[in-house]
Design a binder for this molecule. Structure first.
Ligand SMILES: CC(C)(COP(=O)(O)OP(=O)(O)OC[C@H]1O[C@@H](n2cnc3c(N)ncnc32)[C@H](O)[C@@H]1OP(=O)(O)O)[C@@H](O)C(=O)NCCC(=O)NCCS
Length: 202
């Protein structure tokens, strides 16, 4: 049978934490059915939960105290990147499209076509999700999106471009509904970190 594995020889059918991640912090819980196509390009901080059926084909950097619920995907391959800052919550089914074919292009599209026949204009894209961001279920985040600190996104929203800090935004097209209290969230983070550091001193 003429099949080549996408990873070029090795395949991780389910999560094997002994596999060589670039960085893996403490107290990280990953469902057995989470898939990383490029484990050596994955950096995960401390206190992270990644639920089952989550699927990453991109480079991924995740901070501390992050929850990624089931069925989240990060798509775009190893030349694209997803950054998720600390204290973020990514609800079930969120799709990060880190790299996309150019939908306006007159060239051929999709990864079966060699470079040169495709439109390379849209290479090396990333999605940046700063600290304290919360993304509602089944939202779609497009290439180049930048969710600034504390941005909060309602369920089933379409996110592109820059989302301003501490804003609650919903829908397609995305519209601002409210503002979160960033000062209070930062204070809560400080109190929590003091508590955790105090525990470690005992
Ligand atoms: C965004 C959200 C928090 C707003 O909740 P709320 O404060 O109770 O707001 P309301 O239901 O009063 O809605 C306010 C307005 O926003 C609209 N709206 C709310 N959520 C929306 C969404 N996800 N997409 C589009 N519009 C939305 C409402 O229709 C309403 O519009 P109107 O003022 O024109 O009538 C909530 O609707 C939501 O999407 N939560 C995400 C939950 C989730 O995915 N959780 C994952 C597990 S943690």
């Amino acid at each position: 049978v003429n099949i080549t594995f996408l990873t070029g020889g090795y395949e991780m059918a389910y999560t094997d934490v002994a596999f060589k991640f670039k960085k893996l912090g403490k107290n990280v819980r990953i469902g057995r059915n989470v898939y990383f196509r490029h484990p050596h390009l994955i950096e995960i901080g401390n206190n992270v939960i990644i639920d089952d059926f989550t699927y990453f084909t991109t480079r991924v950097t995740i901070g501390n105290n992050v929850h990624i619920a089931p069925f989240v995907s990060s798509i775009g391959g190893s030349s694209s990147e997803l950054f998720i800052g600390s204290y973020c919550s990514i609800a079930a089914g969120v799709r990060f499209v880190c790299l996309s074919d150019n939908f306006r292009s007159s060239a051929l599209t999709n990864p079966t076509i060699p470079e040169g026949f495709r439109d390379d204009g849209d290479r090396l894209r990333s999605i940046v999700v700063e600290k304290h961001v919360i993304i509602g279920t089944n939202s779609v985040v497009l290439p180049g999106a930048h969710l600034c600190e504390g941005a909060s996104i309602g369920a089933m929203s379409l996110v592109k471009g820059t989302v301003e800090p501490w804003s609650l935004c919903v829908g397609n097209p995305l519209r601002k509904l409210d503002t979160r209290d960033g000062e209070k969230i930062r204070e809560a983070e400080k109190r929590y970190e003091e508590y955790i550091n105090g525990q470690h001193m005992e």
